[in-house]
Ligand binder design. Structure first.
Ligand SMILES: O=C(O)c1[nH]c(=O)[nH]c(=O)c1Cl
Length: 308
């Protein structure tokens, strides 16, 4: 069956792409993604200047996912501006993730990438791991202010990477803010911020930064990602596309996001743990599920969740 998707009016050859974060910081990693079955090349969230990130250990694989507090390690936005033209050879959408530490930083970077080889801009409102920096997406006033500032210019599709919400009032408040601006997509969800994993043997947290508080990823958070995708699908106009993220390891996980209404899905932890083979495997598994269930096309199953 046909797995191709249109997200924010940009065509993707398949439904499965990499999420910002794992294995997408260096140019070599991005060329590797270009040569893989990932439907796009998505970069690690970038900041104005290069960053080392948080002290290690800052990533810990867990039985059903991971906990991490990387602290936005990246090469700085100018490095990504410079390498983008060398990544167009793979003929797949280039998505730049931008995570400024202030609204001014976001304005400077968004305006630069609006004039770049990027196809889509994903602005990260949900990094939970910079000490002293709250997640923008949990401050509705700042979210509104930031959107007003970064959507002022350029015609490349701009979207927002959102944190998880857990309350219908929050879904509605955020959806109403998004509808005020020319936002073309959302990516939902980011890791669940500020969780704590303790090792009873060492009697310590499993990661060093922020006294062990870090973003929870992987299978643990799939039910939260599905709920956020489905809630925003119902609250947002169809003109706003939705990337589903959170705990996708298999074609079945991807199919659940499809039923919830996702236009395409991003894979993070599974890509971190398994490498680029995950994209073709997950695509093939999804294709088999669609065949078995007699769906000819992704769009026949999109948002087709059958309530009890
Ligand atoms: O610590 C990180 O770099 C990080 N980690 C996350 O789980 N989400 C993010 O958006 C970022 Cl920017």
């Amino acid at each position: 069956p046909n797995l191709s998707s249109t997200v924010a009016e940009v065509n993707f050859a398949s439904y499965i792409l990499n999420a910002s974060g794992p294995r997408c910081t260096t140019e070599a990693e991005l060329h590797n993604l270009g040569q893989s079955e990932s439907a796009a090349i998505m970069t690690k969230s970038c900041t104005l200047l290069a960053r080392e990130g948080n002290p290690e250990p800052r990533y810990k694989a867990l039985p059903q996912g991971s906990i991490q507090s990387m602290g936005l390690p990246n090469l700085g936005y100018k490095a990504y501006l410079d390498m983008l033209p060398r990544l167009t050879q793979y003929n797949k959408p280039l998505i730049v993730s931008i995570s400024g530490l202030s609204i001014n930083d976001n304005v400077e970077m968004v305006s630069a990438f609006q004039k770049s080889a990027a196809d889509l801009l994903e602005v990260n409102f949900s990094c939970p791991n910079v000490p002293g920096k709250p997640q923008l997406g949990y401050d509705f006033e700042q979210t509104d202010k930031a959107l007003a500032a970064i959507t002022k210019f350029g015609d490349k599709p701009l979207g927002i990477k959102l944190p998880a919400y857990f309350d219908f009032n929050h879904f509605e408040t955020v959806a109403n803010i998004l509808k005020k601006y020319p936002v073309k997509f959302i990516s939902s969800i980011n890791s669940i911020g500020n969780t704590l994993v303790i090792d009873p043997e060492t009697e310590s947290p499993v990661i060093k930064p922020k006294a062990g508080f870090g973003g929870l990823c992987g299978s643990y958070i799939k039910p939260i990602g599905l709920a956020n995708v489905n809630a925003f699908r119902q609250l947002l106009p169809k003109e706003i596309s939705i990337f589903g993220v959170g705990g996708i390891y298999s074609g079945s996980d991807a199919f659940e996001y499809l039923l919830a209404g996702a236009d395409a899905v991003q894979v993070a932890t599974c890509y971190q743990e398994q490498g680029t083979e995950c994209f073709s495997r997950i695509s093939n598994e999804l294709s088999q599920i669609l065949s078995r269930k007699n769906y000819q096309d992704i769009n026949d199953a999109k948002g087709a969740l059958k309530l009890l």
